[in-house]
Ligand binder design. Structure first.
Ligand SMILES: Cc1ncc(C[n+]2csc(CCOP(=O)(O)OP(=O)(O)O)c2C)c(N)n1
Ligand SMILES: [Mg+2]
Length: 591
C-alpha cells in the first residue's frame, strides 16, 4: 500500500460522485483527511468550500443541499471533528436533506490504543445516517477501483432516493498521507464508463402521475365538497408551491400554506389561518369534510390542534412521496406515496362550492386588515385616531416603528420574487407563518425545521447563498445568532453576500409566551438567557457591514444584497408578547 494507491482510488471515487451529479464539497482542515480533501479539491468540476468549524461546515452543506436539491459532500478529519457534524447530520436526517459525509479515520491497528485524535467513528451518527460504510485502504487494482466507483454511486443515490438523507463513509487512511510522485493520468482498469456516465445510474422516481392516487383523491373530492388544502415544507420541489396554488384556485379550495411551502399565492390562499384558528368558534364553523395535505405539517400550533380535533367526519389525506410519516397527531387516514405535483395537476376540476371558499377568503381579508392596523406599518393606513381599535397593552404600534411581526410582514410584502429567505427557528418562523401576506410572486422560504434547532442557522444561510443566484436574506433571533456566531466567518473566508436581519429582543422571546415566564429570576437567567452581546462587534470581527435600524423605512434601505450585512433590529420581549396578543384579539373581533 502506497499513497499512490490511496490517491488513485479516491480520484476514481470522486470522479464517480461527480458523474452522478455532485457539484459541491465542503471541507474542513486536518491531517488524516488529507487524501480525501485533496482528491475533492483537485477535481475542477467541484466547487469546494473550506470551513474551519465542522459544525458550521455541516450546516453550510445542509443549506447548499436544500437550496440546490442535490447531494453535497462533506469531508473532515478524525476524532471530535467528525462528531461536530452530528447536529447537521441529525437535521439532514429529520428534514430529509441528502448529504455524503466522508470522515477520515485511523486504520484499525491504531484504534482504541491511545493513538492521537482517534475515537470510535463506526456508525458515529447512529440512526441519523441512512447508510454507513467502512472503507479500508487497499492496493489500487482494477477490482478495487471498480468497487470504489460503485461505492460512490451507491452513496450518492442512497442519499438522494426514497427518503433522502445523510450517508456516512468512514475512510481508514494509513500514512503516508501525501504523494511523493505525480498521480498518473491513467487509471488501473481504464477509468469510468464511456460518455461520462456513472458506473450505476439510478434515478429517483419523480413527476410520474400515479393513476391510483389521482382517482382516489378525485373520488373523495367528489363526495366531500367542503375540502381544503394544507401545505407545508416541501423543499426538494421548488415548483410544487405554484402547482398546489393553481390546483386550489381551480378547485376553489381554501389553501392554508406555510410560506415554506411556496404556495401562499393565488385567489384561494388563506394567509392568516394561524391568527384565525386561535378563535375556536372560527374553526368550529368551518369544519371541512376533506383535508388534502402536501409537504410537512406547518408549524402553527392552532392549525395543528385544529387538524387534530377535526374528528371522524373529516377525511385527511396526506401526500407522502418520501415515506416520511409526518403526522404527529395521527390525524391522517391515508398516506399517498405519490408525487403531489403530478397528482394535483392530473386532478379534474369539478364545479366547486364557492361559498365555502368565500367564507375563508373574506375572513382572511378581514384578518389582514386588522393585522395591518394593529402593526401600524408605514405602508398601511395610519392607525392614529382609528376609534375601533382595541387599546390593549398600550394600543396599536406607532406607524413605521419596527416590531418583530412588522419585520416579518414587511419582508413578506417587499422581498423580490427571486430572493430566498432563510428563517430561523423560534419566533422568526412563527412570525413569517402568521404575518406573510398572499402574493402572486412570493420569495422562496427555507428553514431548518427537521429538528427545530436554533443551531447552525447562519451557516445554513451562507450555504443557501452559495447555491442560489438571487438575493438571500436570513431572519434570525439573537440567541440563534449567538449560537452560530462562528458561522459569520463565511462572510470573510468565502466572500459571500447575505443580508442578516437580526431580531434582537435580548434572549429567547418565544419563552415569554409560556407559563414558565412567571418564574422570576430563574426564568430570566436559565430560560430566557439574555446575553448582553453587542452584535456590532461580531459584525466588525467577521467583516460584515453593520446597520442598526428602528423603522420600516430604515429596514427597507438597509436591505443590501451585494455584500454581507448585519441589520440589527432591537425589540422588547414583553412588548412583543403584548403586541402578538393584541393582533390575535384584533383578528378575533374583526372576523
Ligand atoms: C440547538 C437548540 N438548543 C435549544 C433550543 C431551544 N430553543 C428554542 S427557541 C430558543 C430561543 C431562541 O431565541 P432567539 O433566537 O433569540 O429567538 P426568539 O425566541 O427571541 O424569537 C431556544 C433556546 C433549540 N430549539 N435548539
Ligand atoms: Mg431573541
Amino acid at each position: 500500500m502506497t499513497a499512490l494507491d490511496t490517491y488513485l482510488g479516491l480520484r476514481a471515487f470522486v470522479d464517480e460522485l461527480v458523474r452522478c451529479g455532485l457539484r459541491e464539497a465542503c471541507t474542513s482542515p486536518g491531517s488524516r483527511s488529507t487524501p480525501l480533501v485533496l482528491s475533492l479539491v483537485r477535481d475542477a468540476r467541484l466547487r469546494s468550500t473550506s470551513h474551519i468549524d465542522e459544525r458550521c461546515g455541516g450546516f453550510f452543506a445542509v443549506g447548499l443541499a436544500k437550496a440546490s436539491g442535490r447531494p453535497v459532500a462533506l469531508a473532515c478529519t478524525s476524532g471530535t471533528a467528525a462528531a461536530n457534524y452530528a447536529p447537521a447530520v441529525i437535521e439532514a436526517h429529520e428534514a430529509r436533506v441528502p448529504l455524503i459525509v466522508l470522515t477520515a479515520d485511523r486504520p484499525p491497528e491504531l484504534r482504541d490504543v491511545g493513538a492521537g485524535q482517534t475515537i470510535d467513528q463506526i456508525k458515529l451518527y447512529g440512526s441519523a445516517a441512512k447508510w454507513f460504510q467502512e472503507v479500508d485502504d487497499h492496493a489500487a487494482t482494477p477490482e478495487r477501483i471498480r468497487w470504489l466507483r460503485g461505492l460512490a454511486c451507491r452513496a450518492f443515490w442512497t442519499a438522494l432516493e426514497g427518503r433522502p438523507g445523510p450517508v456516512q463513509l468512514n475512510f481508514s487512511l494509513r500514512e503516508p498521507l501525501v504523494l511523493d510522485e505525480p498521480l498518473p493520468a491513467t487509471e488501473p482498469g481504464g477509468g469510468g464508463r464511456p460518455g461520462g456516465r456513472p458506473w450505476v445510474t439510478r434515478r429517483p422516481r419523480r413527476g410520474v402521475p400515479d393513476d391510483e392516487a389521482v382517482s382516489a383523491v378525485a373520488a373523495e373530492l367528489e363526495r366531500r365538497p367542503r375540502a381544503l388544502v394544507v401545505a407545508g415544507r416541501a423543499e426538494r420541489d421548488p415548483q410544487l408551491g405554484a402547482a398546489v396554488a393553481a390546483f386550489a384556485a381551480r378547485a376553489a379550495l381554501p389553501l392554508l400554506a406555510e410560506p415554506t411551502a411556496g404556495a401562499r399565492r393565488g385567489p384561494a390562499a388563506i394567509a392568516h389561518y394561524d391568527a384565525l384558528l386561535r378563535d375556536p368558534a372560527f374553526g368550529a364553523a368551518r369544519r371541512p369534510e376533506l383535508v388534502l395535505r402536501v409537504g410537512d405539517l406547518p408549524t402553527s400550533k392552532p392549525l395543528r390542534q385544529w387538524l387534530h380535533g377535526l374528528g371522524e367526519g373529516t377525511l385527511q389525506i396526506a401526500f407522502d412521496p418520501e415515506t416520511a410519516w409526518q403526522d404527529p397527531a395521527g390525524a391522517a387516514a391515508v398516506l399517498l406515496p405519490a408525487d403531489p405535483r403530478a397528482a394535483l395537476d392530473a386532478l379534474p376540476s369539478g364545479s366547486r362550492d364557492r361559498e365555502w371558499l368565500d367564507s375563508w377568503t373574506q375572513a382572511d381579508r378581514a384578518a389582514a386588515a386588522a393585522i395591518a392596523r394593529a402593526l401600524g406599518g408605514s405602508d398601511e393606513p395610519r392607525v392614529d385616531g382609528d376609534a375601533g381599535e382595541p387599546a390593549g397593552d398600550g394600543g396599536p404600534a406607532h406607524a413605521g416603528s419596527l416590531s418583530e411581526p412588522l419585520v416579518a410582514a414587511q419582508l413578506g410584502a417587499t422581498l423580490p420574487a427571486d430572493a430566498t429567505l432563510v428563517v430561523a427557528s423560534s419566533m422568526p418562523i412563527r412570525d413569517v407563518e402568521t404575518f406573510f401576506p398572499v402574493r402572486d410572486d412570493p420569495p422562496r422560504v427555507l428553514a431548518n425545521r427537521g429538528a427545530n434547532g436554533i443551531d447552525g442557522t447562519v451557516s445554513t444561510a451562507f450555504g443557501v447563498a452559495t447555491a442560489v443566484d438571487g438575493p438571500v436574506v436570513l431572519l434570525i433571533g439573537d440567541v440563534a445568532l449567538a449560537h452560530d456566531v462562528g458561522g459569520l466567518i463565511a462572510a470573510r473566508r468565502l466572500g459571500l453576500a447575505l443580508a442578516i436581519v437580526l431580531l434582537d429582543n435580548g434572549g429567547g422571546g418565544i419563552f415569554d409566551f409560556l407559563p414558565v415566564a412567571a418564574e422570576g429570576e430563574a426564568y430570566e437567567r436559565h430560560v430566557a438567557t439574555p446575553h448582553g452581546l453587542d452584535f456590532a462587534h461580531a459584525a466588525a470581527l467577521y467583516g460584515l457591514a453593520y446597520e442598526p435600524v428602528a423603522t420600516a423605512e430604515q429596514l427597507r434601505r438597509a436591505l443590501a444584497f451585494d455584500r454581507a450585512t448585519l441589520i440589527h433590529v432591537r425589540t422588547d420581549r414583553q412588548e412583543n408578547v403584548a403586541l402578538h396578543r393584541r393582533v390575535w384579539e384584533a383578528v378575533r373581533s374583526a372576523v
